[in-house]
Design a protein around this ligand. Structure first.
Ligand code: CA
Length: 228
């Protein structure tokens, strides 16, 4: 498995490279944003570890650029800036996880493993609920065979609901899973549920996104007693 590390601090770069190599990963490195992006576009990596503040273009733009090119490569962002805004911005640009410096290499390694596991699971799974199909490898969603375009966050939310297969997810659990911050944006989950409903359920007589009053949300075929 080949990983790319884009990091301009040589000490950190070497520490990560040596550690990953000791864990039997192949590692390519770049110390500059432009070079890193070019490498990420030209080669197929299993995962990218991406610093934010880089010479050339920064980590956010690299991430955005890769996602704009439909790259699904797992991205772990590294940064010295540990603010909620940075974290949210990183995840919003399409990063899969976020680690603040200084970090312990063992934690980085654990997160790399988790991301690779998740990616492998995604690559092998299609989730079906009634006529809704979620191809988690391609992050492609269809209902009744018609493709539905979802934003990054909308997709993450739908996949989280689907992953729990008809169990009820509380707003807090959704928020923690997708936004990773329980304190901010109290109505974000509801707003995104509304957006998802428009795309998934509008125009269909069977509504799959169910509100469980006072608890949260679930994705399932409604039972008779669920009907209003
Ligand atoms: Ca840096």
């Amino acid at each position: 498995m080949k990983l790319l590390v884009i990091e301009d601090e040589v000490g950190i770069l070497n520490m990560i490279r040596r550690g990953l190599e000791a864990a039997n990963y192949d590692v390519d490195t770049a110390k500059d944003g432009n070079v890193g992006l070019e490498m990420a576009c030209e080669h197929t990596y299993s995962l990218i570890i991406l610093d934010l503040m880089l010479p050339g273009i920064d980590g956010w733009r690299i991430c955005e650029s890769l996602r704009a090119r439909k790259s699904r490569v797992p991205i772990l962002m590294l940064t010295a800036r540990d603010t909620i805004q940075d974290k949210v911005r990183g995840l919003d640009t399409g990063a899969d996880d976020y680690l603040a410096k200084p970090f312990d290499f063992q934690e980085l390694l654990a997160r790399v493993r988790a991301l690779l596991r998740r990616d492998k699971m995604h690559k092998t799974r299609t989730i079906r609920v009634a006529d809704l199909e979620i191809d988690t490898a391609q992050r492609r969603v269809t209902r009744g065979g018609v493709e539905i375009g979802l934003s990054h966050r909308e997709y993450e939310l739908l996949e989280a609901l689907a992953a729990y297969e008809s169990q009820v997810l509380t707003r807090e659990a959704i928020q923690e899973r997708i936004w990773m911050d329980e304190d901010s944006f109290s109505n974000t989950v509801d707003v995104y549920i509304g957006l998802l409903r428009k795309k998934i359920d509008a125009g269909h007589s069977v509504k799959l996104i169910q509100t469980v009053r006072g608890v949260g949300y679930t994705l399932r075929v409604p039972e008779a007693e669920d009907a209003f």
